[in-house]
Write a protein that binds this ligand. Sequence first.
Ligand SMILES: [Zn+2]
Length: 316
Amino acid sequence: MQPDFVEDLGHGIYAVDTAFQRDHFDAAYLMVENGRAAFIDTGTNHAVPRLLAALEALGLGVDAVDWVIPTHVHLDHAGGAGLLMQHLPQARLLVHPRGARHLIDPKALYLGALAVYGEAEMQRSYGQLRGVPAERVDQSSDGQMIALAGRELLLIDTPGHARHHHCLWDARSRGWFTGDTFGLSYREFDTAAGPWVLPTSTPVQFEPEALKASITRMMSYDPQQMYLTHYSRVGDVGRLAASLQAQIDAMVALALPLKADAQRHDKLRQGLSAHYLDELRRHGCGLGPERQLELLAMDIELNAQGLGVWLDKLPA
Ligand SMILES: [Zn+2]
């Protein structure tokens, strides 16, 4: 009997709804092969009880977990990694080399998020970040293969959303664990046309050309499905990839003329909002515009911030 926050996706892959922000917003994945297990992304500290409950519901002990693999070190993906590792005596943490030091000593991550969110929101959403002992941390390399009970998994470097981002290929299910590199796709926007997706340019390392190249590289493996952190598995990956590429171009086209604009942030927010409403209308979304913008409120703000940071790094 599985808890209602665990979804069996087949191929020994389970999505765990971490309940961060709202239901069906933030997933962690549990992969099980011959009694051994791996977590891919962890959610925040508050997700850890659910991750441990998912293990138990599948009849697995805490010593069955060999790997904890955050796709990148943004806190909705890796904020719970340190606390989770304390519960998993056999697990090794596998992280992108640019993210490793931040999970060993999370002080910089904490202070960065504190500056954005403030003390009360940090406690409410993330809790106290725990470091992972350096001797339990492995750094991935581009093209690295790892095994989970003999099941081969490939890691590739996928910059564009963040420079500390890698993605994991599971040949068995022909699926990528994409973190934030293949955008965000909320189930509330599903229609007869299928899922809808939007790119994420969360501060502070959005690089549009690198992001497009990472998506192209993942598509070269002919994936049948993508396991997104926000939220869960999507098919129809060819259509979604084309949409992401076009939307990244649209974000750049929106942002570039606003580089020196005094009302830049507000205009970016307005432009993104209009873009998403237009996209969702063409997608056949039946939700009202106010509800659409409510569901996208945080992403509109973060994407506008990230585009601003990107503009500021461009040569004048
Ligand atoms: Zn992210």
